[in-house]
Ligand binder design. Structure first.
Ligand code: HEC
Ligand code: HEC
Ligand code: HEC
Ligand code: HEC
Ligand code: HEC
Length: 145
């Protein structure tokens, strides 16, 4: 009897579970924890190869695995964000075979996303020069108002 209680307590303590259901606690999202699943970026950032914005997943996406996950803010915070006067398109870069890692680094190895390539004008222009892409001002800024 005592042994049974001890076992139950240990099981709770170390998180032994009879099923392999993933846990459903509410910490920040870690890409690294999800890397064994080998999901495509576009499974969660659905428009990253086609549209201007890469977009974030809805909580319903998480609930396909974490069935009883409670509501949370997605994203918890923004890491990369351009000012409004800059034109940028994910779809346009994907079309030119510039992979996610050139700008965001090895995201699937990150617990918390850190800025890999800064979103400064100097950084954008340096890569455009490297790839012989346009560096005319109106490539990235609407002129003329
Ligand atoms: C395809 C299935 C799947 C999807 C979709 C998924 N997860 Fe997970 N998640 C897992 C698995 C499996 C683990 C456990 C990984 C491990 O043991 O390290 C996990 C772990 C976690 C953890 C860590 C739990 C802990 O105990 O440390 C959090 C938090 C989490 N996921 C949040 C999310 C959020 C938020 C989303 C939606 C944006 C999401 N997950 C989408 C399968 C998924
Ligand atoms: C299981 C879903 C999932 C997958 C797969 C996934 N992400 Fe994410 N990603 C998220 C969530 C959720 C956030 C918001 C983080 C938070 O709120 O803690 C995020 C945030 C990011 C951010 C930070 C954006 C910002 O400005 O705040 C980048 C960059 C990113 N992901 C890139 C990638 C790349 C590249 C891949 C593929 C290698 C990828 N993600 C795969 C769910 C996912
Ligand atoms: C040429 C550089 C570059 C590449 C390549 C790139 N990103 Fe981004 N990413 C950015 C910039 C810059 C932002 C900020 C955009 C803004 O604020 O409008 C961003 C923002 C994001 C965000 C936040 C949500 C959003 O739409 O603003 C996610 C998620 C993301 N990127 C995922 C990806 C994924 C997945 C890929 C690959 C399919 C990718 N990125 C490729 C530069 C890049
Ligand atoms: C890793 C390299 C790289 C980085 C970093 C990068 N770009 Fe680009 N960008 C390219 C390439 C390559 C093209 C496609 C050029 C072509 O096909 O002529 C492109 C195309 C574009 C276009 C479309 C140009 C056109 O003529 O249609 C815009 C707008 C643009 N980038 C804005 C930005 C901004 C803003 C940033 C910084 C936040 C940025 N880029 C960062 C490589 C990069
Ligand atoms: C490849 C994209 C790209 C090109 C080409 C480009 N810019 Fe920018 N520019 C940016 C980005 C990104 C920022 C925002 C920097 C930030 O938020 O720190 C910016 C910021 C600025 C600012 C605001 C000043 C500041 O420090 O925030 C001015 C003014 C500007 N650019 C003028 C120009 C002029 C003039 C040209 C042509 C000679 C040019 N840009 C070409 C991407 C570009």
């Amino acid at each position: 009897m005592n042994y049974f209680i001890l076992f139950t307590a240990l099981a709770a303590l170390f998180g032994f579970q009879t099923s392999q259901a993933p846990p459903s606690r509410g910490e920040a999202f870690s890409h690294q924890r999800h890397s064994p699943l080998k999901m495509k970026c576009t499974a969660c950032h659905a428009t990253a190869e086609k549209e201007e914005s890469a977009s974030f997943p809805e909580i319903q996406k998480c609930r396909t695995c974490h069935v009883d996950m409670s509501q949370r803010e997605i994203p918890a915070a923004r890491v990369y964000a351009l000012k409004e006067f800059v034109s940028f398109s994910h779809g346009r870069h994907s079309e030119s075979k510039i992979g996610c890692a050139s700008c965001h680094g090895e995201v699937m190895k990150m617990d918390n996303i850190q800025v890999f390539r800064p979103t400064t004008m100097a950084s954008c222009v340096a890569c455009h020069k490297e790839h012989k892409a346009s560096v005319a001002c109106n490539t990235c800024h609407e002129l003329g108002q």
